[in-house]
Write a protein that binds this ligand. Structure first.
Ligand SMILES: Nc1ncnc2c1ncn2[C@@H]1O[C@H](COP(=O)(O)OP(=O)(O)OP(=O)(O)O)[C@@H](O)[C@H]1O
Ligand SMILES: [Mg+2]
Length: 250
């Protein structure tokens, strides 16, 4: 199984949105996509992909992942809790163990591409994902603010220090369109943050209220499908050959 982790030093920049969108893109392109929701205390993937709550265990005692309507397998702490409002109040070591268990004790079936939605930050839980799951590639998500881009670079540094490979950067919420005059608004400034040799810019995504609405009602797989198909192509090519499609940036 190929593992792609989606991370960012900062919260709320769209990691889960990009992780679910990428999984949906891979599912459309080649199938066999799965998502591991490694954000134990802030799990959001099942909600975004409309995966119903279930806590089924198979005959071998392995967790049966939830299934989105388009066939993406999802393993998440929130599938085992009685409601989305239930808080998981655990300290770092327990959270790290839970991530490890969700990964190892889930029956991933014929999944070939596992997208890991990382918790925010560069702490314990992120380290567990990098060291235990050893992703084949990491995608860093940022918004165009200077400070956020610097924090995203910290994630890149952390991946390097743990021997991992950063595929590139997704600049999210880069701009929005005024619904009245159609003007492009750079709400967070114009810092492109990437495009350098060591951190290729894989995609620049606008902030689209309809995408947020889709994610909110469990249809994130339908949001930005053209953009995520292109991102999926780039990631699949990188995993196969270690290269990037020339000029295929969104
Ligand atoms: N480009 C976008 N356009 C519209 N809405 C977006 C976009 N990217 C993300 N969102 C929405 O913004 C909110 C925050 O995104 P998301 O939950 O993916 O961030 P996150 O980095 O995973 O946050 P956390 O650090 O809490 O895990 C979500 O409601 C998501 O649907
Ligand atoms: Mg998230």
């Amino acid at each position: 199984m190929r593992i792609i982790a989606v991370m960012s030093g900062k919260g709320g920049v769209g990691k889960s949105f990009v992780a679910t969108g990428l999984a949906a893109g891979i599912q459309r392109r080649v199938g066999h996509a799965a998502v591991l929701d490694a954000d134990i205390t802030g799990a959001s993937v099942p909600h975004m992909l409309g995966v119903p709550r279930s806590a089924r265990v198979d005959a071998d005692g392995r967790f049966v992942p939830g299934l989105s309507s388009d066939g993406i397998r999802v393993s998440s702490m929130s599938l085992m809790l009685p409601s989305d409002e239930k808080a998981v109040i655990w300290r770092g070591p327990l959270i790290s163990r839970a991530i490890d268990q969700l990964f190892k004790d889930t029956d991933w079936g014929d999944a070939e591409y596992l997208v890991v939605d990382m918790p925010p930050g560069t702490s314990d839980a992120a380290l567990t994902v990098l060291q235990t799951l050893k992703p084949h590639g990491v995608i860093v998500v940022s918004t165009p603010q200077d400070m956020v881009t610097k924090i995203a670079r910290r994630s890149q540094d952390m991946v390097r220090q743990t021997g991992g490979d950063v595929i590139g950067l997704v600049m999210n919420m880069a701009y929005l369109w005024c619904p009245h005059c159609g003007e492009r608004i750079e709400a967070f400034g114009t810092n492109s943050g990437g495009g350098s040799d060591d951190l290729p810019l894989l995609a620049t995504l606008p902030l689209m209220p309809e995408w947020a609405a889709l994610a909110d009602r469990g249809e994130a797989a339908k949001a930005a499908s053209d953009e995520f198909d292109v991102l999926a192509d780039a990631v699949l090519q990188h995993l196969d050959t270690g290269t990037m499609p020339a000029g295929r940036h969104v």
